[in-house]
Design a protein around this ligand. Structure first.
Ligand code: SF4
Length: 233
């Protein structure tokens, strides 16, 4: 289970994690990688995307999702109205497994504390799980196709499940699946933003009315508003 700690207590930062990842020798993937890929994005980020592991292009550049799968992801994000710069993108394993094999369980476990620290710092509203490896590693899920497009809540954190963008490179149907799921994610974040703006305005209105009532006596402010409304008719 992931333990969240406030940033000021841990004195942790995304830069600190990235530096540690780049020098990490905790598992055998450190021997074959060219560059570790800690992840990319700014604080604050309402959405965090988590994939499986870096591929060839990512290993060469030290950045996540910059190859063909990255292009498929960028396109789906763009169609969903989610700017790539507004999300944080990373992987379960921060180093490329040879021949792009799935990271072994012990490699996933060795790398997990970096991911947990990133999640703790970013505190995203929704984590978007990209593909089966991330799904099984984070939530013990079996099949993204069975659960895709669903928002699940676990230990107070919400997750949206979708396919890995690599599946969408050559398959038009999978491309639509990815776009549909990311659109849902974009709509969900927008809805929450609207609700929070609405509840902030109601709080402001309530505070304003209370302030006026304190100054003018109970009920006077309400009568003033009613009078104003009547005079408009
Ligand atoms: S995959 Fe993770 S644990 Fe393994 S060497 Fe890279 S950063 Fe370290």
């Amino acid at each position: 289970m992931m333990v969240r700690m406030p940033q000021e207590i841990t004195n942790d930062s995304l830069e600190k994690i990235a530096t540690e990842v780049r020098g990490c020798l905790l598992c055998k993937l450190s021997r074959s990688r060219k560059n570790a890929v800690p992840g990319e994005g700014q604080l604050p980020a309402k959405i965090m995307l988590i994939g499986e592991a870096p591929g060839k292009n990512e290993d060469e550049k030290g950045q996540p999702f910059v190859g063909a799968a990255g292009k498929a992801l960028d396109l789906a994000l763009e169609k969903s109205g989610i700017p790539r710069q507004s999300v944080f993108i990373t992987n379960i394993a921060k180093c490329r497994p040879p021949d792009n094999r799935i990271p072994e369980p012990e490699e996933q476990i060795a790398c997990r504390p970096y991911l947990d620290r990133q999640i703790s710092l970013i505190s995203p509203q929704i984590i978007c799980i990209l593909g089966n490896t991330a799904y099984s590693s984070l939530l013990g899920g079996k099949s993204v196709m069975a659960d895709r497009g669903k928002i699940l809540k676990r230990d107070g954190q919400e997750y949206l499940i979708t396919i890995h963008p690599a599946a969408a490179i050559y398959n038009r149907n999978f491309r639509s699946v990815l776009e549909d799921d990311l659109s849902l994610l974009g709509q969900e974040i927008e809805k929450r933003q609207k609700n929070s703006v609405h509840s902030r305005s109601l709080d402001n209105l309530e505070g304003y009315t209370q302030q006026r009532e304190q100054q003018q006596g109970p009920g006077k402010e309400k009568k003033r508003i009613m009078k104003k409304k009547r005079s408009k008719k």
